[in-house]
Each structure stands twice: as C-alpha cells, then as structure tokens.
Design a protein around this ligand. Structure first.
Ligand code: BES
Ligand code: ZN
Length: 657
C-alpha cells in the first residue's frame, strides 16, 4: 500500500514538474520573442484560395464593413504559412519570334507544418507542362478561374522532399512582360524585352508565391538570341561574353516583385566604383552623363542611413514605352529614358529608386495595403538625398511640388483611397495606384522628423532599416515598433493618436507640415503679375529659372486661360517645343484644357512616343472630357497601342472607348 502511495505521489510530482517545465518553456519562448521584431511568417494569417476567389468576386462596397486582417495578403493564392518557397532556379529561353519565355523553374521549399502536403503557387496566363520531383511526376491542378490575380497552381507534394521542377511557358500577352519590335527601340535594329513584376505580375512569367511577404534567393540561366544580352535584378557581369547564354545569381532573399529580366542590344558604361549604366549604345553616353551623380547619391545615403546591402548599384535605361518612371529592381534599377533631360533636372527619380535599396528592398511591405511603407519612406529619403547632393533649395522646391501633387490627389480621389493603410480587398493594386502612399507617407515622416529633430529621426530610421533588414513588415507591426522606440523615447513630443490619424484617417491631418520654397516666391509674383495684365510675358525674367520653377509656374496657372494668353506664353517661351518631358507634360495638359491647337502636333507625337503612364494618362483623361479631345485621344491611342506596355493600355483604354 505504502509502495502504491509512493508511486502515486511520485506521479503527481512528475505531473506538477512537467506542468511547471512547460510553463517555463512557453514563457521563455514568448519572452524572447517579444522584444525582437517579428518576422511576418510567424504572425500572418492567410486566406485560402476559395476565400480569396469569393472575396475578389465581391464589390469593394460589400466588403467595407468587414475587418481587414492585417498581414493577410489578399493578392496571392499562395500558402506560405504551410509550405514556403525559399529559392528559385530558372533555366529559361527567350523566343522573340513567338513572344514566349519557356523552360524550367526549380523551387526549393520548406514545410512549415509536418503534415503540409500541398504547395499553392500563383500563376497568370502560364502553360504548365509538367511538375516533377527527382524525375517523378507530381500531381498538380491549375485553377480555371481567371481574375486579375491569375489562377492558383496547386501541387501535391511527396512526403519527403525539398524541391520540385516546373516546366512552363508564358503567354505572348503576359501582363508582366513587354516585347518590343526593333522599331520600338532606340537603335531600331534589334528587339527588346523587359519584365515589370510589381505589384502582381511576377506570376505572369514565373510560377511562384507572388506575395511580398515571401522572400526568395534565386539563380538563373537565360538563353537569348546571340546578338543580345540579358540583365537581371541580380549579379550582372558587364564583361560577359555575348554568346546567348547568361548566368545570374541573387544571393540575398528578395520578394517576388523584385525579380526582373531585360534582354536587348545593351552596352555598359561605368559611372563610379559601384555604379554604372546599361543602355542601348545610342543613348549610353547621354545617360551616363545625366546620372553621373549616382555614385555620390549612394555614398551620401550610406553615410546617413547605414551601409548599402546590395553590392553594386547599376541603372538600366529602357525604351520609352517603360510604363513607370523607374523600378527599384535590386542592384539594377529600371529607368525610363524620359528623364534624360540634359541638365540633371529630373534625377530625383534616381535618388528615389536608389533609396528603395533601404526602404522597400531591404525592409519590404508585407502586403500591398502596406505599400506606403515602401513608397512613403522612399519619397521621404528621396527629398533628403536630393538635399544632401544638390542643396537645400532643390530640397525645398521638390518638396513643394510633391506637396502640390498630394493636394491634387486628395482633391481628386475617393476619400477612402486617401488613407495610408488602404483597403485593397477585391481590388487590383494597379487600379488604385496614386500619389497618396508617396507624398502623404513622406509628409507624415516629415512631421515625425520635425517633432523629434532631424538627427534623432535619422538615428531612428537607420536602426529601423537594420532591425527589419531582409524582412517584410505590416503597417501594424511598424506602428508597434514605432511605439516601442521613437514614441517611448520622446513621449512628450509624439503621441499614438496623432500617428493613427496619419495612418488610418482620410486626407491630410490638420496642422501637417507645409513645405515652402523661397525660389518659388519670384515665380508666384511673375505669374500673378502676368495674369493681372501688369507684366508682359516678355518682361518676366526667366533666364535663371530652373526646371522646377517652370513646373511651378505652369502647374499653378488657372484652369482656363484665353487663347491670347496661351499664345503669348508659347511665343515667348517656346513651351510647345520644350525638350523637358515634365515641362512639356504640364504645358500639354494646359493645352488640352484650353484646346490650344498649335500644340496638338506635339501632343500627338508625345502620346505616341512615350509610354510612361504618369506622363500620358493625365493627358488622355483630360482629352476624354470633350468630343474633339476624345477624337484626338482615339487617333493617338490607335497609333500607339501596339507599342504601349500592357499596363499603359489597361490604364488608358477606358478614355478612348
Ligand atoms: N516601385 C515604384 C513603381 C511601382 C509602384 C510599380 C507600384 C508598380 C506598383 C517605383 O519606385 C516608383 O515609385 N516609381 C515612380 C518614381 C517617382 C515617384 C520618382 C514612377 O515610376 O513614377
Ligand atoms: Zn518608389
């Protein structure tokens, strides 16, 4: 009996010990977890593909009252919480005759739970020929439901295994690839191809988990016609022999939207120790001269915000159909040629794409709702870099112009789309693209900077980039981090209510900073005097005006000007002939609003030779407001359409119906 009792007490003891031990383990896991910035995979929930499909078939209005789940990527079918892909090896052939990229993608994956047995990937307009592991076929299913998100590719995984191979081919109309004929290039002799993956287009040229919270390393073998070279967002070798087979390696883990490829008759020119430019030979020297300050920008940014993590920083100058100003593909930003102005007036674009090497590529938005973490921080850094390299006047002028863009965006957008943490459920991020995440985000950071002091704010930013390096982060995680760091450090200067107002309210908060520039005072005086009839255009002393002053002069003209006034401006300042694409844009917009016909030939050639959406879209939109305007828009669009990128076609076709 005593024996039995002894066993019983021993048993109870053990249970208590075990309980105690478990508690200690649980406690220590949470305790060592909490002060660290959490990686997104640990906290994120995912919606399953059925949920996502039903969500995207509903209108945004029906969704409004449901709570948004922070960290859920509403724009990917993939299941990284169950199985996560961490490396991709590509072996691809680029065929210009059929406009098809085909070959294999070998995916290395890791099961997050022991019983996970399916891998779900994103795909869009891909033909999947075979999925295999170690030579054995793996069962797969490609959803038929096609939306702007493409279709889920569900693969059954073997019990043991770490990688699989997908044989696939892209469609000639892949939304993330543009195929250009020789006539659409600067040289006119060879075709050109480039990809543009952000936000949800990587899936149109690679089957993968197309979510910014999933990071992969990659390597690639790209096979092209022999006379062309391939470059990627990876280590590039400018000396590589032109033999039609090119090897790449990206050893740092990046989100899928940063995977990029271009193929063309490209040459390379060094600009500095770590910086250089790839372009067609006809524009190589002009590009290298225009962007010669890139190396200084890199050095200055490092001094202020910590070391550059990506080894080299090169630029690739694309043909004019590139739909964006720039794209921050790591190690190799893709750049529109429309900023080669001859006077470095538009190089803030380079500062912007370079800045993404910190804000965006190193610390990445976890979902597209959090885009402002990429673009707002980058826009803030852009202003700062411009000041470091070109001085305070330039900083002030660019900040005022940015502020005016913000005011225009707030005026023209639906209130709900003026929030930083925007509700994108059921919506294509391409359709919601605006200046809000850029300029409102930057202004928010400017307010924080002013409250805690510039140097202190820079210390915070540098630490933030370091703490979250190579991680993807949600708005909520950022706010928690901010509470634990800057707000805790300066409780008398910052408060969370104000910060929440910036992030979760519409419009611009009352009392927000308002950038100001002395250099614009003379411009206001000149414009006002001329509008009042007190000063003739010939008497305005514009000799020393910078491009920014010109932009400020034009952008702040009244909506309606008489033909006489338009002609006076044009004859004195030759605006229709301006070689600066931004000035030309502002002037052409005025010309549409006032139906100033002498500018129509230039307008037509502008619309048919540039595909950068930011420059052409406002013109199409304005033209569509009148019958005559629509006629001109239709003619220009019909001529240009074949040469426009799919995104530019999609954004503008509604104006020419
Ligand atoms: N990453 C963006 C371009 C982008 C954003 C593509 C969202 C697709 C979805 C790039 O860094 C950018 O912001 N480009 C701007 C530059 C400008 C603000 C200086 C552009 O293209 O106009
Ligand atoms: Zn950007």
């Amino acid at each position: 009996m005593i024996h039995l009792l002894k066993i019983l007490t021993w048993f109870i003891d053990m249970r208590i010990n075990f309980l105690f031990l478990s508690l200690i383990i649980i406690f220590s896991i949470t305790a060592c977890d909490s002060p660290q910035p959490k990686s997104v995979e640990k906290v994120a929930l995912d919606v399953n593909s059925t949920e996502l499909e039903s969500l995207n078939s509903k209108s945004a209005d029906t969704l409004e009252n449901n709570e948004i789940k922070a960290g859920v990527d509403y724009h990917s079918f993939s299941n990284p919480n169950e199985v996560v892909v961490n490396h991709i090896s590509l072996d691809l052939n680029v065929d210009f005759d059929t406009k098809v990229i085909s070959g294999t993608a070998k995916l290395k994956y890791k099961k997050q739970t022991p019983d996970a047995n399916t891998l779900i990937l994103d795909s869009k307009d891909l033909t999947i020929n075979r999925v295999s592991a170690n030579g054995d076929d793996l069962p797969f299913e490609l959803d038929t439901g096609e939306s702007f998100l493409g279709s889920a590719l569900t693969i059954s995984l073997p019990d043991n295994g770490k990688e699989l191979t997908i044989e696939y081919a892209t469609s000639p109309s892949a939304s993330g690839v543009q195929w250009l004929t020789p006539a659409q290039t600067a040289g006119g002799k060879h075709p050109f191809l480039f990809t543009q993956a952000q936000a949800t287009h990587a899936r149109s040229f690679i089957p993968l988990q197309d979510s910014p919270k999933v990071r992969v390393t990659y390597d690639a073998t790209i096979r092209t016609p022999k006379e062309l070279i391939a470059v990627m967002s990876a280590s590039n070798d400018p000396q590589a022999e032109r033999d039609g087979v090119y090897e790449f390696n990206m050893p740092q883990a990046i989100p899928s939207y940063l995977i990029a490829l271009a193929v063309g008759d490209l040459q390379f020119k060094a600009m500095g120790e770590r910086t250089g430019v790839y372009a067609e030979s006809g524009i190589l020297d002009a590009a290298a001269a225009e962007f010669e300050d890139t190396e200084s920008m890199l050095i200055e940014t490092e001094k202020r915000y910590g070391p550059y993590s990506w080894d080299r920083y090169d630029l690739l100058i694309l043909p004019p159909s590139f739909p964006f100003g720039g794209m921050e593909n790591p190690r190799l930003s893709f750049i529109t040629p429309t900023v080669i102005a001859g006077d470095k007036s538009l190089v803030s674009l380079i500062a912007h794409e370079l800045a993404h090497s910190w804000s965006g590529n190193t610390v990445t938005n976890a979902t597209w709702r959090d885009l402002w973490l990429n673009e707002g921080f980058t826009t803030y850094l852009t202003y700062r870099i411009m000041e470091l390299v070109y001085g305070e006047d330039r900083y002030n002028m660019e900040a005022v112009l940015g502020y005016q863009d913000l005011a225009a965006a707030v005026d023209s957008l639906d209130a709900k789309d003026t929030m930083l943490a925007i509700d994108l459920r059921g919506r294509d991020p391409d359709d919601v693209f605006s200046n809000i995440p850029y300029e409102k985000g930057a202004l928010f950071l400017r307010e924080l900077e002013q409250k805690v002091g510039r140097d202190n704010f820079d210390v915070f930013l540098t630490q933030y980039f370091e703490d979250y390096a190579f991680q993807s982060i949600t708005t909520d995680e950022f706010l928690e981090y901010l509470s634990n760091t800057l707000i805790a450090q300066y409780p008398d200067k910052l408060d969370i209510e104000r910060i929440n107002e910036w992030v979760f309210s519409t419009g611009v908060p009352e009392g927000a900073p308002k950038p100001d520039s002395n250099a614009f005072t003379v411009v206001d005086t000149a414009r006002n005097g001329w509008l009042a009839g007190d000063v003739l255009a010939t008497d305005i002393d514009t000799e020393k005006w910078t491009v920014h002053q010109w932009l400020y002069f034009l952008n702040n003209m009244p909506e309606q000007l008489s033909l006489e006034k338009m002609s006076a401006l044009d004859s004195v300042f030759a605006l229709t002939e301006s070689k600066n694409n931004e000035i030309a844009h502002s002037w052409l917009l005025m010309s549409v609003k006032n139906w100033y016909q002498p500018a129509h030939t230039r307008l037509f050639s502008y619309l048919t030779s540039i595909g950068r959406n930011k420059l052409v879209r406002p013109l199409y939109k304005e033209l569509a407001k009148t019958e005559d305007g629509k006629g001109l828009a239709k003619r220009a669009f019909a001529k240009a359409k074949d040469g426009y990128h799919p995104l530019t076609v999609k954004a503008n076709e509604k104006y020419v119906q």
